[in-house]
Design a protein around this ligand. Structure first.
Ligand SMILES: O=CC(=O)O
Length: 304
């Protein structure tokens, strides 16, 4: 808001419900949309009804819920919030990794005993493969330094430029092939965005390449992992365990086979949900909106 005043912008914030009512004069005013948790749904009808719309700012990093081509076709700019979300999402990934390694969720209700067969796996000096070296992947790698992890990174093809400086900073080894990352890792952390190229990136074949003692952690989007293949892999001991903050659909139906397995932890897309992150996301969105409205470069513009 301070920034808004400095730039002499008069902002009127409209609630979505107000726009849904048939009040054309309000719709004509709208220049920016801040999408809070994927709402409202941005479809052709909506875009046609907002003739002065210039920018859509998303409250998170993933843009898979948006038809980017359609939006760009209306001449509307788009932005996400990759920096605001990186710490809380990396924390969620680490929490899932540690909880799965030490079987915390499975064991926690049983406070009266500790059976010998409840052995977990050690994380110190394990090998962690991070698929995706965006801002979240990097923050995970940073967090593992104190566990003396051997961190290997696989950049997916939409990170065409290697980030060698970051690799050195976190002591990571770049791994050119997904296959070798899967074969070497004790923990595989999936952090790529969902795109047509990454849909079901981790399927039956990829799980079979993993060690039978390995754990798969997904904090990106459910559809990056083939969920049917995952159920079989977990049932048949192809991999040790999975920890998922994302699934498809969300939430899973109550009778979904994943919910019946002991070697799975599922959290309800908790990734970025902290108070501080919520505030930072909004700040990042406002910065992008103001830049777009002033015709300035947007810090986090998402282009096709
Ligand atoms: O899911 C969270 C995000 O897209 O940032």
């Amino acid at each position: 808001m301070r920034r808004a005043r400095a730039l002499d912008i008069q902002m009127q914030i409209l609630k979505w419900d107000e726009l849904l009512e048939d009040r054309k004069y309000l719709r004509d005013k709208v220049q920016a949309i801040y999408l809070w948790w994927h709402k409202p749904v941005v479809d052709r009808e909506l875009l046609q009804s907002l003739p002065n719309l210039k920018v859509i700012a998303n409250s998170g990093v993933g843009m898979d819920h948006l038809d980017l081509k359609l939006i760009a076709g209306f001449g509307v700019k788009m932005a996400n919030a990759p920096h605001a979300v990186s710490n809380s999402t990396a924390d969620t990934g680490m929490a899932l990794l540690l909880a799965s390694a030490r079987r915390i969720i499975e064991v926690a209700p049983n406070v009266e005993y500790c059976e010998a067969d409840l052995l977990g796996v050690e994380v110190t000096r394990a090998t962690l493969g991070i698929i995706g070296m965006g801002s979240i992947g990097y923050k995970i790698a940073l967090r593992t330094a104190c566990l003396k992890y051997s961190v290997i990174l696989f950049y997916f093809f939409f990170f065409p430029v290697r980030k060698e400086q970051e690799e050195q900073l976190v002591g990571a080894t770049y791994c050119g092939k997904l296959e070798s990352l899967l074969q070497q890792s004790d923990f595989v952390m999936v952090v790529v965005s969902l795109t047509p190229q990454t849909r079901k990136l981790i399927g039956k074949r990829e799980m079979e390449l993993m060690k039978p003692t390995a754990t798969l952690i997904n904090i990106s989007r459910g559809a990056v992992v083939d969920q049917e293949a995952l159920v079989s892999a977990l049932q048949d001991g192809v991999i040790r365990a999975a920890a998922l903050d994302v699934t498809y659909p969300e939430p899973l139906p109550r009778d979904h086979p994943l919910l019946k397995l002991k070697n799975v932890i599922i959290t309800p897309h908790l990734g970025i949900k902290t108070e501080k992150t919520a505030r930072m996301i909004t700040e990042e969105a406002v910065e992008n909106i103001l830049a777009a409205l002033h015709g300035l470069p947007m810090p986090n513009e998402v282009k096709l």
